[in-house]
Design a protein. Structure first.
Length: 619
């Protein structure tokens, strides 16, 4: 193959791989984070066999250390049922040169000298793989270092097909002394593994990822009560759950308005004793709720959430606005010195006014292998408005917040995407900019439907960070594919349809419309009283709904769908295609469920009884 042809083939392979199925975590997050966070209903073995196929040609190290493209596709035989193929990875290869760790650290991609990583004894040049990595550019966190600690965080990498891809990128061996040094550091830091101290979970939860743990409750249990029991509340973790020592825990507040180099520290008892307690019923919804449906239109990147990546709880804590007021932050103009440039009150500040507090940054105690913690931010206007009910919560449904949900303290931002409801919060920073965290800067953003990972410049199309979520509704009963039994197909019957509706920003639900014939006719659902009586523009919790719908005689199937209308008269879009985005977020299209109508089989004993009744009547 000529060099030009090889480059073209490689480019196409990478482009296709970026656009195709991405079994990654909930975001372009972890180095080589390719699976456990996003298997959903997909089989990881078949995925990686597919990945090897579409990855195209093998990339092999030449004597000169360059990369050559082989034209042969990597066809993989199916694994035997119940068995796992073994691929030797990271073992010593005498045919390859040896590098020191110092040499590896010189290849971080910063000086166009390639990007190398280490795994056990192996040294790998991943430069050409970065573009097709399902976890996005976060793989660069491991540049010039060992990927083994990252693989401990995202255990799905420990799979034969992943190992095979890595070995295609092998260029050498790591010096033995450096291998021992890295292994010693890894054991000192992680011991039995970063997830070994995670809490126990309820067996009813549908697990979308085990490490980090992400799960949602069954739809049929979600609406059993207005408030979701703690054990069934959906779980969204980005990293291992920290084991917090409450005796040494401090909430630290710093940044603009506090004073340069100054920091205010509060214990949990300080918060409980010095501020008024408030309880707010709030629904928390993941941006990726209903992502699995969006993948049905075109594959997206992220956890394969169904319709239940949301839950509702009574959160008890103190108002963030009260805490900020106690340290002198009472309005959006709080700043250490007067701004020099004049701007309209409703416009953004100019560069000379970057000392104005515009955002409140939150940092959690959950950390990755490099000690970098989860973080997010909200606008200062949201934080300071007492009617927004932003809480620093320490109780969930009358109990201390469980570890999975943020113990000992969680930021609750009603009406705002779950990603900003930072768990395990231990630091608040008042700043002119959004949180520098990866999850604020490079995740939880929308994209137009014409952009996917085949666009080399896709990131320039990213929208602003998601804050308030759009109007949403979904059917929880009956389930898709259910059978509605009728005694006599020639008679009419009724089917009970249940679900939830919710809108961001505190917007109330005005109406939920239901159709059982694919949208030809509609009926209005009955709204739950607890949802209906929420205050205007402070409807932080969902509104359950229910409707008994008549099934006409002779009906063979039901095409059930729902759509909600909020107090701003926002209505859900009818289809997914116009709102499709490569991250699979913000799916609020009409929810659809197909139900088959069948005549119930009459038991033989019942038939005999009916025949006896008829005989008696004739007599």
């Amino acid at each position: 193959m000529h060099a030009a042809q090889a480059k073209t083939a490689l480019r196409r392979a990478y482009s296709f791989a970026r656009a195709a199925h991405r079994a990654s975590s909930a975001h372009p997050l972890a180095p080589l984070q390719l699976a456990s966070s996003h298997w959903g209903h997909y089989d990881r073995s078949s995925y990686w066999s597919w990945k090897l196929h579409v990855f195209g040609a093998s990339i092999t190290a030449t004597a000169a250390g360059g990369l050559a493209l082989s034209t042969a596709l990597c066809e993989q035989p199916a694994d035997e049922e119940g068995s796992e193929r073994f691929v030797a990875v990271g073992e010593v290869d005498p045919s390859l040169p040896t590098f020191t760790f110092d040499e590896v650290q010189e290849h971080t991609g910063a000086k166009k000298n390639g990007t190398w990583v280490v795994y056990k004894h192996g040294v790998y040049d991943i430069t050409k793989f970065i573009a097709s990595h399902p976890g996005g550019t976060k793989i660069l966190l491991a540049a010039g270092r060992s990927i083994e600690p990252f693989w401990q965080l995202y255990a799905a990498h420990n799979h034969a097909d992943v190992h095979e891809i890595l070995e295609k990128l092998r260029i050498g061996n790591l010096h033995e002394e450096d291998v021992l040094m890295l292994e010693k550091l890894r054991k000192e830091r992680y011991g039995d593994g970063p997830y070994s101290h995670d809490p126990a979970r309820h067996p009813a939860l549908k697990v979308n990822s085990s490490m980090p743990f992400n799960a949602e409750p069954p739809a049929e249990l979600l609406m059993q009560s207005f408030i979701t029991p703690n054990d069934l509340f959906f779980v969204r973790n980005h990293l291992p759950v920290p084991n917090v020592d409450i005796e040494n825990y401090r909430l630290k507040v710093s940044g603009l308005g506090i004073g340069k180099g100054k920091e205010i520290a509060l214990t949990l008892d300080d918060l409980k004793s010095k501020f008024t307690h408030h309880t707010v019923a709030t629904t928390v919804q993941c941006a990726g709720n209903r992502r699995a449906e969006m993948s049905g239109v075109k594959q997206v990147n992220g956890l394969s959430w169904d319709t239940t990546a949301l839950s509702t709880a009574n959160w008890t804590g103190v108002l963030l606005s009260d805490v900020l007021a106690s340290v002198g932050i009472t309005d959006e103009d709080s700043r250490p010195e007067q701004c020099e440039c004049a701007v309209a009150e409703n416009m953004d500040t100019c560069d000379d006014c970057n000392s104005v507090i515009q955002h409140v940054q939150f940092e959690g105690l959950d950390a990755d292998t490099e000690g970098k913690t989860y973080g997010a931010s909200i606008p200062i206007s949201t934080a300071l408005d007492p009617r927004k009910d932003v809480l620093l919560a320490f109780e969930m449904n009358g109990e201390p917040i469980p570890r999975d949900h943020g113990y000992p303290l969680r930021v609750i931002v009603p009406g705002t995407v779950g990603a900003r409801n930072v768990k395990f919060v231990h630091r608040i920073v008042l700043a002119g900019d959004e949180s520098p965290s990866f999850w604020q800067q490079h995740d939880y953003k929308g994209f137009p439907p014409n952009v996917d990972y085949t666009n080399d410049d896709y990131w320039k199309f990213a929208g602003d960070s998601i804050q308030e979520l759009p109007v949403q509704s979904a059917i929880t009963e009956p389930k898709n594919g259910a059978i509605h039994y009728v005694d006599d197909a020639s008679d009419s019957s009724f089917v009970t349809v249940k679900g939830y509706a919710w809108s961001g920003g505190g917007r109330n639900i005005l109406r939920v419309d239901i159709s059982v014939d694919g949208g030809k006719t509609w009926a209005t659902a009955e709204l739950n009283e607890s949802g209906k009586r929420q205050k205007y523009n402070r409807a932080w919790a969902w509104t359950p709904w229910e409707l008994d719908v008549e099934v006409p005689p002779g009906t063979n199937s039901l095409d059930i769908m729902c759509k909600a209308v909020d107090s701003s008269y926002n209505v859900q879009p009818d289809t997914i295609a116009p709102i499709w985005n490569m991250r699979g977020v913000l799916n609020n299209a009409w929810h659809r469920v197909n139900v088959t109508v069948e005549e119930a089989e009459v038991e033989e004993e019942e038939e005999e009884e009916e025949e006896e009744d008829k005989t008696e009547q004739r007599a």
